[in-house]
Design a protein. Sequence first.
Length: 375
Amino acid sequence: MKNTLDSAALDAALEDVHRAGMPGLFAEVRDGEQVWRGAAGVADVATGRPVTADMRHRVGSITKTFTAAAVLQQVESGRIGLDTPIARYLPTLVPGERGEAITVRMLLDHTSGLAEYLPCAYPSLKAYPDLAHTGPQSLDDHRFTRFDPVELIGMGVAAPAVGAPGGTPGVYSNTNYLLLVELLEHVTGTAAEQYITRNVIERAGLRDTALPAGPHVEGPHSLLYEAWFGMIDPPRDYSVYDMSWVGPSASLVSTVSDVNRFYGMLLAGEVISPASLEQMQRTVPVVSQEGRTIDYGLGLHPMPGAGTTGGGAFWGHGGTVWGGGALAMTRADGRRQMAVAVNLQRWNRLDASGRPQPHPIDDALARLYRVAMYG
């Protein structure tokens, strides 16, 4: 079989990201049966402990694809209707006419009009740093805070709407996925973490993936360095953190190998049915947290700028937490895959208008993605 993975080019591209300023990163690229794994840099800047490609990592909103898959399984069973109003299930959480107008599908594809509860979108919600109003100190203040998801949902529901239910472009909001978590618990009678573990994680045969209950990442992992746009200098480690501020919408711990395995099985119709996958891939325009308009499906979206190949578009998701980030892409035919994890976040400093300035890491990551997905 012809080797379509250029290991030397992949190694060099990974090293270039490290040299551009990333403390450490690791990745896995697959092309059919061929697999490349690589790592560059350090997991601990103080000790020089190196990163390795098998490390566990907080993958942020990649979790949303897992949660969406769990919801679609319940759609298949008839317990949830994709186009049923959320008020039919959770009338107290989204009351009145609004609850009757917002459907499960609108929560999944971020067209509900419900606001983000995090203060990055609404400065009056000061649980976390806001560029104009608070500061990075609140990251330390809430390192071990246990948030109540119903209270967080209440913040998002009470905040001014960001659009009409079903209107486009939608606006990306964690409030939507916390509601989906509550919906799962309502219809299954079990904790969403347990349901997702049993029916998505274990169904896909993922051995190093979990929704941790506590603030620690179990097993070998990197420290996670948050720069908060240069306001934390040097960047500070937030690898120990209570993730109840996002719950099963962004709290997953996984490995690059497990992430690739999951998306490969998902796109092969082995986690949800082919009919459900077709629903998942119906996209609408959504404004991301970075302010870009992207096409977004049901917890899954085509990768911007990835283009198409003979196997079709690339599908996947990205995710960030305090100090950590990950990105996963899988070609529609399931053959070519990439998962990358990084241990620094918000490395861009801001200009006078508050916009992130270009950084060499951005270009180096873009080159890595091109080498990984196109060779």
